[in-house]
Write a new protein. Structure first.
Length: 833
């Protein structure tokens, strides 16, 4: 019987090598000369296998009107990507070409892009929007459109790979179908090829139509008359930069395919670069179905103002005012198609006049950032002429007798723009013109021009904040006399009460024992069991101040807040109001009636603390900061002013008495949003039990919760059911609402301390702290959310439970969902730090 031997892999390899050596040894003789080196094989990666794509444009040629450009395609490691010329799945391969033409007129005007690829489009009768009306409160408002033929700049998108020629591995030459020497004339548009002007070629490449498709937007700026050299940054009129300006609020996370993703990607997700947008969004382009300008500046201004409506190529209506859906709900407006059209009001997180929120006024922006300061009629009209059009305001097509005809927009600004009708309340443009203030708009290059007015408030705010910066010192609480003593490091030897430019200096003291508490039991200063606010500029018998140069020592006696007396420790914050003149960029006497455009600058101090001076009493322990002040400021600005949000909640009264200790903007609106100033009022202790002397029950429904973590999540996620007056129900969040990193820094999502927080009391029941935070987005109401509520309750959470259901620390959420865990909030949400 034959025996079988089983060899492992290593043994087989050793035996094989031995046999091979024996065979070679038996051959003998020479193995001959080495052959010549062969040609290097092609290096490249087929586009179907490439997981990343990068592209650049180079080698532009324009000969006899024919334009070509080389597309250099690689992966992220620089390996050439091949096969584009035969890649059938390509969803978009589109190129545009434009010239940067100078503008004529009074003062400096930034040059404007003129595309060589244009068409005159007629309005589609089926999608031309009819005028409509809607009601807001007791006021009926009308929205009107002016459809008609319109010029639209465009790009080549139909030729795709048929216009490509392979030049080298990963290098493709695209030859435009558009010949610059045979362009059909368009009235009012100079389409002549001028090689002495800066030109731009843009590229839009998308590998397929899926959400995960690889996408490229890029462009090259060049000067044909100088051997097609690449243009210098100063030659390209780049006013806004995506990273420096837009991404403060918006997202460039194009890989985010979650249901709530909101990357700043337009035109079906294919347009992501401002340089590409500019090639089509030119000053002469309009939407034929509405008459709306497609000019980049005018359009973006109107979108952010919430007054823009247009109809896209596919027939979809995009209404950024939200009024089309409102009209459909109120009056049955037939042209709004729910589920197909988009009607959502854009809510800007700053005042529309805060130009510096989107335009760089420092060295961080693009080289031509200051160009936004110069006159451009369409951009100006997007704010000043909101709601006006040449049909309903046809009288502005004709100038007054004896005056120069400046066109519809120009005539308005020079002859008809009175404060009573202008889109910017109080703007008196006619008066400026009549008094020879032409340079106010038509400034020479490098001058401020109209930006002197637009940036006046921002400039005086910065100047006065720098001048009046002050610091709170930590204080002591004397239990024996119920006295609080603290210091203020002032900016000068003139105390706040003696400085005529100081209107108010509010101090807010709040007891803190890990968490703040608030109730309605009134006490001294018209305040609450653990919190009071007082204006240090006013004279109070209970307040004394001792001045030593710039050091001010305040003592507040007769404190009756029971929680403050019991805890003997807490936080101090302050809010200073300074009167200022934006025109002169300086602080002014608040009683000076000669300053007609007086404004108030709000200045916050650092947060300080106080503790008992008695040995053995507990020391102050700070709250854990779980949100980023810098990230709040990205959208809301530094030291954000939410005064209007508070002053409109209830009728105002004396700011330090009764209801107005909460329901006014002066003492209570926090300026820093994450240090606990907001939470000192907006916390989870608002119940019927602590509402003595107010009304029977002030607790609110969970869907409009008062607690800060609930309220802020609901506001940003737009899951809030309303508020008093119901005037800020709808909020548009510019990022992915599920991206916690928009507001939180890494390390702030551990959930470790949430279990120690108080239960949140809503009007119908209590919510455990982690559940309160999560449910504010995931289950603001119980309807349709039984699965997630079950998940809460199965893991120790309480959702709308009866009083006493929750036991502190019983939630186990952090075990799985703490940051960094297998199912951490940073894993189950599309978090991108």
């Amino acid at each position: 019987m034959m025996k079988r031997f089983n060899f492992n892999t290593a043994t087989k390899a050793m035996l094989g090598a031995g046999l091979l050596s024996l065979l070679l040894a038996g051959c003998g003789g020479s193995d001959g000369n080495d052959g010549a080196d062969g040609q290097p094989g092609p290096v490249g990666l087929d586009i179907a296998q490439a997981t990343t794509l990068k592209a650049s444009l180079e080698n532009v040629k324009i000969e006899s009107g024919t334009t070509s450009v080389d597309i250099v395609l690689t992966n992220a490691n620089g390996v050439p990507v091949t096969g584009l010329e035969q890649y059938a799945q390509v969803n978009a391969l589109a190129l545009g070409i434009a010239k940067l033409a100078p503008e004529s007129g009074k003062g400096y005007k930034a040059p404007q892009w003129i595309s060589y690829i244009n068409s005159v489009k007629a309005a589609d009768p089926a999608r031309s929007l009819a005028n409509y009306s809607y009601t807001e409160g007791d006021v009926t408002k009308e929205v009107k459109f002016t459809p008609g033929d319109a010029i639209q700049a465009n790009i080549e998108s139909s030729c795709k790979t048929n216009c490509l020629k392979v030049v080298d591995n990963g290098v493709y030459r695209y030859t435009f179908q558009t010949n610059l020497s045979t362009l059909a004339p368009i009235e009012g548009l100079d389409l002549s090829y001028d090689p002495t002007l800066i030109h731009r070629i843009s590229l839009e490449l998308q590998t397929d139509g899926s959400k995960s498709a690889k996408l490229i937007n890029t462009h090259i700026d060049f000067l044909p008359s100088d051997n097609f050299r690449v243009a210098n940054p100063t030659e390209t009129r780049t006013v806004v930069d995506l990273e420096a300006n837009c991404i403060k609020c918006h997202s460039t996370n194009y890989a985010d395919t979650s249901a709530t993703a909101k990357p700043l990607a337009l035109h079906g997700g294919r347009r992501i670069a401002i340089g590409n947008c500019q090639v089509c969004h030119t000053s002469y382009s309009k939407d034929p179905e509405t008459g709306a300008s497609l000019d980049m500046g005018a359009m973006v201004h109107a979108i952010h103002k919430g007054t823009y409506t247009m109809v896209g190529y596919s027939g979809t209506a995009y209404d950024f005012s939200g009024t089309m859906a409102k009209a459909a709900a109120q009056n049955g407006y037939p042209q709004y198609r729910a589920g197909k059209d988009v009607s959502e009001r854009v809510t800007l997180p700053v005042d529309i006049g805060s130009c510096q929120s989107c335009h760089s006024t420092d060295a961080k922006g693009p080289v031509d950032a200051a160009n936004f300061k110069h006159h451009k009629g369409l951009a100006c009209a997007s704010c000043h002429m909101t709601g006006f059009n040449p049909v309903d305001n046809s009288e502005w097509l004709t100038p007054p007798e004896g005056q120069k005809d400046r066109g519809f927009v120009g005539n308005y600004f020079h002859y008809y723009a009175t404060p009573e009708i202008d889109g910017i309340p109080g703007a008196d443009l006619v008066n400026v013109f009549q008094n020879g203030g032409c340079a106010s708009c038509h400034a020479a290059e490098g001058e401020e021009g109209s930006a002197k007015y637009h940036l006046a408030k921002a400039n005086v705010t910065k100047s006065v904040r720098d001048e009046y910066a002050y610091k709170l010192g930590n204080g002591t609480f004397d239990v024996s006399g119920n006295k609080l003593t603290f210091t203020v490091q002032w900016h000068s030897d003139v105390a706040p009460k003696d400085d005529k430019a100081v209107k108010e200096l509010w101090l807010v003291a709040a007891a803190l024992d890990g968490e703040y508490k608030i109730g309605y039991k009134s006490s001294t200063f018209g305040s609450h069991p653990g919190r009071f606010s007082v204006n240090l500029v006013k004279e109070y018998p209970a307040i004394t101040m001792v001045q030593d140069g710039k050091t001010l020592t305040y003592t507040i006696s007769g404190i009756t807040q029971p929680d403050m007396i019991a805890l003997k420790r807490g936080t101090l914050s302050a809010k200073l109001f300074v009167c200022a003149d934006p025109t002169e960029t300086k602080a002014v006497d608040c009683t000076d009636t000669t300053v007609t455009n007086k404004t108030e600058v709000i200045i916050a101090a650092n947060q300080a603390n106080f503790a008992s001076a008695t040995a053995g009493d507990p020391a102050f322990v700070a709250r854990t900061v779980v949100a980023s002040e810098a990230k709040c400021a990205n959208c809301h600005g530094k030291q954000a002013d939410f005064s209007v949000s508070h002053s409109r909640v209830r009728p105002t009264g004396a700011a330090d008495s009764g209801c107005s200790s909460c329901h006014t903007s002066q003492p209570n609106t926090a300026v820093n949003l994450t240090d606990g100033s907001c939470v000192s009022c907006h916390n989870d202790s608002l119940t019927a039990a602590n509402s003595t002397g107010h009304s029977a029950n002030r607790a609110k429904a969970f869907s409009r919760g008062f607690d800060f973590k609930v309220m802020v999540h609901q506001i940003h996620a737009n899951t809030r059911s309303g508020r008093f007056g119901n005037y800020t129900t709808d909020i548009t969040f510019p990022e992915n609402v599920a991206n916690c990193a928009v507001c939180h820094d890494k390390g702030q999502l551990s959930l470790a301390k949430l279990g120690d927080k108080h239960v949140f009391n809503a009007s119908t029941g209590e919510y455990s702290p982690t559940v309160a935070a999560c449910a504010s987005c995931h289950a603001p109401t119980a309807e349709g959310n039984s699965a997630v509520i079950g998940h809460f309750e199965n893991n120790g959470g309480v959702y709308n439970g009866t009083a006493g259901t929750y036991t502190p620390g019983s939630e186990t959420c952090a075990t799985c969902h703490g940051e960094g865990k297998a199912f951490g909030v940073d894993k189950v949400h599309p978090v991108k730090y």
